[in-house]
Design a protein around this ligand. Structure first.
Ligand SMILES: [Zn+2]
Length: 284
């Protein structure tokens, strides 16, 4: 369902399903109310929702998103280009919500392009071309079985878009700034696929955790493993969420990398671009 929020300074915050129980939040809400709702639901693990045409606008404005298909019964397969499908929230993940009920097999039914992590925080996830890759602390990607469980992921159905030339020599900040100049509306969710060569790419993964789980900041300080990749070819999977989604997903650009030879990857901490091509999906 394509919401009409593009034309309306109105919002719907979310409607969520938690472990099969439907929970709806709808109607016009201020951003504060929206945040309150999101902060309340973000404490619930294992929720899923579809973000479809959302936007943030100014101080009074509203982050608009609608959740649809899961609440209407039946599979919530997103149509190409229409929506971002997400399971759980970044707030739940950063608080230590490292176990989910979602299987990799089900995640594939919601999108073929995306990023996330695995139960027990066992490595970084890259969803590319309908395959789900896991980059564990060893740094070596592996395809995951459909039965592997996931605590957090965001995916969409990616279709080819006009290619934007990315110049060589950009670091992550400059690359993000370049992409921002090509975005029509910074209040919308953006998705990008960048293919190319990267003279330098600093990626990370995380060692799997054991309960009781500690907050993500503590885990990263202790168990993050960094890979300094040199002259790698591959693909960046990038999502950019507006600031008003800070409890839902990470604000700003967030990239995961998978090498073309499938021998390296991870969550991107920094990089230097070589000649590359970006396909930007401008605005959800
Ligand atoms: Zn990441």
């Amino acid at each position: 369902m394509r919401a009409n929020s593009l034309a309306l300074p109105k919002v719907v915050c979310a409607a969520l399903r938690t472990k099969g129980r439907r929970r709806g939040i709808s109607g016009l809400e201020t951003r504060r109310q929206c945040h309150q709702q999101l902060s309340s639901v973000s404490r619930i693990q294992n929720l899923e929702f579809v973000i479809d045409r959302c936007r943030c606008r100014g101080a009074r404005a509203l982050c608009a998103l609608v959740v649809v298909a899961p609440l209407l019964g039946g599979p919530s397969a997103a149509r190409a280009g229409d929506s971002v499908w997400q399971y759980s929230t970044i707030a739940a993940l950063t608080a230590g919500g490292y176990n989910g009920d979602l299987t990799a097999g089900e995640l594939k039914t919601h999108g073929d392009f995306g990023l996330g992590t695995f139960n027990a925080l066992n490595g970084e996830m890259i969803v590319l071309g309908g395959q789900i890759w896991q980059v564990p602390a060893s740094g070596r990607p592996a395809l995951v079985a459909d039965t592997v469980r996931v605590p957090f992921a965001a995916v969409m159905r990616f279709e080819p878009h006009p290619k934007i030339a990315v110049p060589a020599g950009l670091d992550l900040t400059a690359l993000s700034a370049l992409l921002d100049t090509r975005i029509g509306d910074l209040g919308l969710i953006q998705v990008v696929r960048i293919d190319g060569r990267f003279p330098q790419l600093k990626a990370r993964s995380v060692k799997p955790q054991t309960p009781p789980y500690q907050p993500l900041s503590e885990v990263l300080a202790r168990d993050q493993v960094v890979f300094d990749l040199v002259n790698v070819h591959g693909t960046l999977v990038g999502f950019r969420f507006p600031a008003c989604f800070s409890g839902v997903n990470a604000p700003g650009w967030h990239f995961h990398f998978l090498a073309a030879d499938r021998r390296s990857g991870g969550h991107v901490l920094d990089l230097v671009t070589g000649p590359s091509r970006a396909m930007l999906v401008d605005g959800f």
